[in-house]
Ligand binder design. Structure first.
Ligand code: AP5
Length: 220
């Protein structure tokens, strides 16, 4: 099962990917997570990405496309399939992805377009906290950790992402709006786009998708 998760910042792509990873046993490829790891390692790629990411701008197409090609073609992605989260983000990336998928011989089964409204997005992202060690996601109100500032999973320290300040969130949303329409139109023409309401509970979104996958006979 190969999936693409599209949607604005805070639509719940990472949260849904966490549930689907367990349910379907497929690997989660988040370009945002990969770039943040590179930043933490202070690699050349991380240094280059840092300026763009902290301002809420997109990292150049060439850099992220190379990352995705490495994962899908060179490393082979997961045996049972993969979920792409945060890629593609421009029409150029969508076109490059098609070439990568042909090269990797891994066709996409579903493209999930998670729509979400501004008040929900702002509430989710200003309240998001992420474990420094294992990357587990929390929210100050919706999904608080048992102990303040500490990860339930591994005891790591929780932190706020630099780009989760309200002015940067608003800029990320503007950047998203500038780029999403041509991608949606591109995938609508391919007939693979599933529109889902990202404002709903993550488990409800997951169940609706699993039901559709079962009904289509696409289970692994
Ligand atoms: P990236 O890391 O991809 O961030 P994003 O797309 O802005 O998405 P988010 O991670 O903010 O949100 P999400 O939808 O995953 O929500 P989450 O599940 O975490 O990208 C960051 C930056 O990297 C970009 O700005 C860019 O610079 C660069 N980049 C990455 N990919 C790139 C590309 N392809 N091209 C160029 N540049 C690229 O949820 C958020 C919070 O809400 C959490 O606290 C969660 O607990 C809570 N929550 C989520 N869903 C629900 C729900 N249903 N109900 C209640 N609470 C919920």
């Amino acid at each position: 099962m190969n999936l693409v998760l599209l949607g604005p910042p805070g639509a719940g792509k990472g949260s849904l990917a966490g549930l689907l990873k367990e349910a379907l046993g497929i690997s989660h490829i988040s370009t945002g997570d990969i770039l943040r790891d590179e930043m933490a390692k202070n690699s050349l790629l991380g240094q280059e990405a840092k300026n763009y990411m902290e301002r809420g701008e997109l990292v150049p197409d060439e850099l992220v496309t190379k990352i995705v090609r490495q994962k899908l073609v060179v490393n082979g992605a997961g045996e049972k399939g993969f979920m792409l989260d945060g890629f593609p983000r421009t029409k150029v990336q969508a076109e490059e992805l098609d070439k990568i998928l042909i090269e990797a011989k891994k066709p996409i089964d579903y493209i999930l377009y998670m729509e979400s409204t501004l008040p929900v997005i702002l509430n989710r992202l200003t309240g998001r906290r992420v474990c420094r060690k294992c990357g587990a996601l929390f929210h100050l109100k919706n999904k608080p950790p048992k102990q303040q500032g500490i990860c339930n999973e591994c005891g790591g320290e929780l932190q706020q992402r630099k780009d989760d300040q309200e002015d940067t969130i608003r800029h990320r949303i503007d950047v998203y709006k500038e780029n999403i329409r041509p991608i949606v139109d591109y995938y609508k023409r391919q007939g693979k786009l599933e529109i889902v309401n990202g404002d709903k509970e993550t488990k409800d979104v997951q169940q609706a998708l699993l039901k559709k996958i079962n009904a289509d006979g696409k289970c692994n």
